[in-house]
Write a protein that binds this ligand. Structure first.
Ligand SMILES: *[C@@H]1O[C@H](CO)[C@@H](O)[C@H](O)[C@H]1NC(C)=O
Ligand SMILES: *[C@@H]1O[C@H](CO)[C@@H](O)[C@H](O)[C@H]1NC(C)=O
Ligand SMILES: *[C@@H]1O[C@H](CO)[C@@H](O)[C@H](O)[C@H]1NC(C)=O
Ligand SMILES: *[C@@H]1O[C@H](CO)[C@@H](O)[C@H](O)[C@H]1NC(C)=O
Ligand SMILES: *[C@@H]1O[C@H](CO)[C@@H](O)[C@H](O)[C@H]1NC(C)=O
Ligand SMILES: *[C@@H]1O[C@H](CO)[C@@H](O)[C@H](O)[C@H]1NC(C)=O
Length: 376
């Protein structure tokens, strides 16, 4: 039908309008108070519509008798073949005529439109391929491929009458979504979506209409987001000389291979504590003050855990630390404050008199009382 309308040089936009009117019509049957569930029809033309008689004419105009001995009478829901059978004349012509009609009305084998195996994650600001394809290429004439975003409905792109129809695209997808036009005759109806925005998330449908029938696939798109968290509270205390873990973890849609750079900085002095770049820690980037005292947990990195261990804690480590995670298009940060650096009591030099030796004694780090080596 659509192919025929193109053949009559009807404006493509109008053809798309007619197509939308004709397809996906829900039908139900009601008997008394009972209503059946609905089913979708994509064939024929609805009864009682102004457009229907007009559509009927091009729809059936090539259904003509192949032989002079038969005449066709076309009705909206059936066709009568009338023949005058003369004595002695073979029935073959009549049979051929019926066979011809049967071929005309037979609906050929269907096809299967395939999409991605699961939901896709689109990089915010980046580019995403929305796959849609058929195993066996379809005839491009009479082919219509419609990419739609559902809820809210928007036409992402349309291929019709042998070419793509950017004029029918929803404005938000103009110049952002494109077919791979040379791939279409090969049965590849994928589109490439550029400059992905948060609004692009949702369910997309790729519907393929041909003379052989209709089929579709759905593509679920999630848009990447990046959330960096410092779990377990962001104020920490530690003991001088001890060690502490500063937590930072990525809690989002981003796959680990997309972490391009992660930095840990001491913000008040703007010191670079750790630099993780292209999959590895850049040791030389660590500030002198933190050399050999910091480490990431390599086994945790693929889980998005960029926590680090600070060893041999010093008083001057006190302050705010920021963990910043960068992917190609996104970045996010989180902070942890290291405070209350506790001086362990037993390390405080303590002078006291034990009253027995009458000599000053010193309480050492190990807690053993030793005489202070003082001159009498
Ligand atoms: C598409 O085709 C497949 C296989 O022929 C079929 O299982 C599926 O129901 C069809 N989907 C639609 C929406 O027609
Ligand atoms: C469709 O074409 C695009 C661009 O050439 C390609 O990246 C994609 O893999 C193709 N898809 C299929 C199913 O062939
Ligand atoms: C879309 O992305 C391209 C690079 O991929 C960039 O040059 C262009 O400015 C972007 N357009 C918009 C509207 O953001
Ligand atoms: C780090 O995060 C883990 C997991 O949420 C938590 O159990 C732990 O207490 C946190 N550690 C610190 C030092 O905040
Ligand atoms: C990150 O890994 C470290 C070391 O295994 C662990 O102590 C910490 O709790 C982890 N953090 C999170 C948020 O899972
Ligand atoms: C840290 O993230 C906040 C938003 O969460 C942003 O406003 C701020 O500019 C970021 N800081 C840096 C240094 O990237």
């Amino acid at each position: 039908m659509i192919k025929k309308l193109h053949h009559f040089n009807i404006f493509p936009f109008l053809i798309h309008w007619v197509h939308c009117f004709l397809r996906d019509r829900p039908q139900t049957v009601r008997v008394g108070t009972v209503t059946s569930s609905s089913t979708i029809t994509n064939t024929g033309s609805p009864q009682g519509c102004v457009l229907s008689p007009f559509l009927f004419i091009p729809y059936t105009n090539d259904c003509v008798s192949p032989s002079s001995i038969t005449t066709y009478f076309k009705y909206s829901d059936d066709t009568a073949i009338l023949a005058l059978l003369r004595p002695k004349q073979s029935f073959c012509h009549y049979q051929d005529s019926i066979s011809h009609t049967m071929v005309h009305e037979q609906s050929p084998a269907g096809f299967h439109v395939a999409g991605p195996p699961g939901p896709l994650v689109a990089p915010l600001g980046g580019t995403l391929l929305l796959p849609c394809f058929v195993e066996t290429p379809l005839d491009v004439q009479g082919l219509e491929v419609e990419w739609k975003r559902t809820n809210p409905d928007a036409l992402v792109h349309l291929f019709q009458g042998g070419e793509s129809r950017p004029e029918s695209q929803y404005p938000a997808y103009k110049n952002r979504a494109d077919f791979f036009t040379p791939e279409i005759p090969r049965g590849n109806f994928s589109i490439l979506l550029n400059n992905v925005t948060n609004e692009d998330a949702g369910i997309y449908r790729c519907k393929v209409y041909t003379d052989q029938g209709t089929n579709e696939t759905a593509v679920d798109i999630n848009v990447e987001y990046l959330v960096v968290m410092t779990r377990g509270g962001n104020v920490l205390s530690a003991s001088v000389g001890g060690e502490v873990i500063l937590n930072c973890s990525v809690d989002s849609h981003v796959p680990p291979e997309e972490f391009e750079e992660v930095t840990w900085k001491k913000t008040d002095k703007d010191l670079l504590v750790l630099l993780f770049q292209d999959g590895q820690v850049i040791q030389d980037a660590t500030h002198e003050m933190y050399k050999d005292r910091v480490e990431l947990f390599s086994a945790e990195i693929p889980k998005g855990n960029f926590s680090f261990k600070l060893k041999d804690v010093r008083t001057e480590d006190k302050g705010e630390y920021m963990c910043e995670v960068h992917t190609k298009y996104l970045s996010a940060n989180s902070t942890v404050v290291l405070q209350q650096l506790v001086q362990p009591l037993h390390r405080v030099p303590l002078a006291l008199w034990d009253g027995i030796t009458d000599e000053p004694q010193h309480l050492s780090a190990d807690g053993i009382i030793e005489p202070i080596d003082a001159s009498p």
